[in-house]
Design a protein around this ligand. Sequence first.
Ligand SMILES: Cc1cc2nc3c(=O)[nH]c(=O)nc-3n(C[C@H](O)[C@H](O)[C@H](O)COP(=O)(O)O)c2cc1C
Length: 201
Amino acid sequence: MHKAAVTEYPVHELIRNRWSPRAFSDRPVEPAVLASLFEAARWAASSFNDQPWAYLVASRDDKENFAKMLGVLVEGNQKWAKDAPVLALSVARKHFHHTGKPNPVAVHDVGAANAQLTAEATSRGLLVHQMAGFSHEKARLAFGIPEGWDPVSAIAIGYPGDPQILPEDFRKSELAPRTRKPIREFVMSGSWGHTAPFAAK
Ligand SMILES: Cc1cc2nc3c(=O)[nH]c(=O)nc-3n(C[C@H](O)[C@H](O)[C@H](O)COP(=O)(O)O)c2cc1C
């Protein structure tokens, strides 16, 4: 299924075609494709090139690892993420490598890496659904995440599936139109609250 964004202004098809599904196909994600997704994450920009990201990854065929990852998610996410072929967890290092000082943009930079992973995935016909709905404590324990690193988001990755496989409530939101606030509401210039002229449509 495709749910391309209905945009106010033209954007690249990778941006239009990215969305967060809950229905994934059974088709496994080839290891070489997975490697390319994390290669894309690797080349994200980061403050001081600190690259404060790490990922834990579990494919569904690796039953034990996948069950561990699924167990970290909140119940509402487990219901659909159990059928994703790949689950992952992005993790941020909280202090700069070179100084040991707190990195105030670590989570931002992990988000940028996740966005690049997602763009690469979209270009290959895959879809990505990130989740904040997971237990940080369970993740830390399950995977031995060390002090100084914090989980950021769980990530489901796979090829698009049939919404009919979903329970009723999820199917409804899977089929609902995607919505966004208009850019005039968040793009300003001069002073806070003043819409930038180019965004005023
Ligand atoms: C960091 C982050 C956390 C999210 N957490 C969840 C989640 O726990 N469960 C869920 O079903 N969707 C989650 N989402 C998906 C958002 O609900 C979704 O991106 C948003 O509704 C916009 O829809 P779209 O991605 O299809 O454009 C999350 C997305 C992001 C980026």
